[in-house]
Design a protein around this ligand. Structure first.
Ligand SMILES: Nc1nc2c(ncn2[C@@H]2O[C@H](COP(=O)(O)OP(=O)(O)OP(=O)(O)O)[C@@H](O)[C@H]2O)c(=O)[nH]1
Ligand SMILES: [Mg+2]
Length: 293
């Protein structure tokens, strides 16, 4: 694959919008009337790219809690800066690791969001059941988060986008229910860098994006930000390479070779993406908050 083909694949990727995303968006709008709190999950490694710009409009008037999920995969200092950034905007925000975090921390935050409403209902003699809807881009960890808060696995999860296909209510306590929803992605990924970040972390289906192109772009990006970690992980001898030769260098370094010492770039691309997404290159934040002031 040459760089021309890579560019064409990038153009194709940008306008992607599968039908089930449109349905998810409609369903979100329909459900809003039935919920008290909207819990928005974004990916702590790419908060800007993974927040849906339509959500402010769609959830107007609802209590909101923003969760920077997969915080275990992001750099702590960068996540702290994002938390400060969103707090300064008046948002209720927390970071979380849905694989190892404590359910009670999240439950307390959701209850705090709804506290005023619960108190108002209590004045009328009603013990209110708080209903919270979990929303966010595909693969951000909504079902894992729901299971963690629930204390037992009830929602299906998977390391690819589009696992959850329909809304599912989960009763946490008699007074707290969560609604797990399918991933929501906006119709036009107009910012190329944001689109690429979403693809890097596995939000955009790998069948839609060209895997080799994506792995090459990721390697190039990481060679700028974390050259030592990448060179060590993929045993790169020549750190000055870019494009296809960079992926081939990783193939040679790790021994992903076909008969005749031909680089197995398909396998190489898949492993590069998998290892980054699983945090095997260490904690890496791909986006920084804007500088304040
Ligand atoms: N390291 C880490 N992995 C997580 C975290 N949350 C979720 N995951 C993993 O991310 C992948 C996606 O998780 P899901 O819970 O299926 O994501 P989802 O948002 O429900 O995805 P869709 O239903 O497809 O929209 C799984 O492999 C999870 O194990 C987290 O906080 N940290
Ligand atoms: Mg899900």
């Amino acid at each position: 694959m040459n760089d021309d083909m890579i560019l064409r694949a990038e153009e194709k990727a940008i306008n992607w919008y599968p039908g089930h995303m449109a349905r998810a968006r409609r369903r979100l709008a329909e459900q809003l009337g039935r919920v008290d709190v909207v819990v928005e999950l974004c990916d702590a490694r790419i908060p800007r790219a993974s927040r849906n710009p339509d959500l402010d409009e769609l959830t107007r008037g609802k209590r909101r809690l923003l969760v920077l999920n997969k915080a275990d995969l992001a750099e702590e200092s960068v996540t702290r800066a994002w938390l400060a950034h969103y707090r300064a905007q008046g948002l209720d925000v927390m970071s979380f690791d849905s694989t190892k975090g404590r359910a009670k921390d999240v439950i307390a935050r959701i209850e705090r969001s709804a506290a005023e409403l619960v108190a108002r209902m209590a004045e009328r003699g009603v013990k209110k059941t708080v209903r919270a809807m979990i929303v966010g881009v595909p693969n951000v960890g909504k079902s894992t988060f729901t299971n963690k808060v629930n204390g037992a696995s009830i929602a299906k999860t998977g390391d690819r986008p589009g696992v959850t296909r329909s809304n599912q209510w989960v009763r946490i306590t008699p007074y707290l229910e969560l609604l797990d929803t399918p991933g929501l992605l906006w119709p036009k990924l107009s910012d190329q860098r944001d689109a690429q970040c979403l693809a890097f972390v596995g939000t955009i289906n790998d069948q839609v994006m060209d895997q080799q192109m994506l792995a090459i772009r990721l390697l190039e990006r990481l060679m700028q930000d974390k050259p030592d970690a990448v060179a060590a992980r993929f045993k790169l001898k020549d750190a000055s390479l870019t494009g296809v030769p960079l992926l081939e260098e990783a193939c040679r370094g790790r021994g992903w070779l076909l008969p005749g010492a031909v680089c197995d770039t398909d396998r190489g691309a898949a492993v590069v993406l998998d290892e980054f997404r699983a945090g095997k290159l260490g904690r890496i934040s791909l986006q920084q908050p804007p500088r304040e002031g």
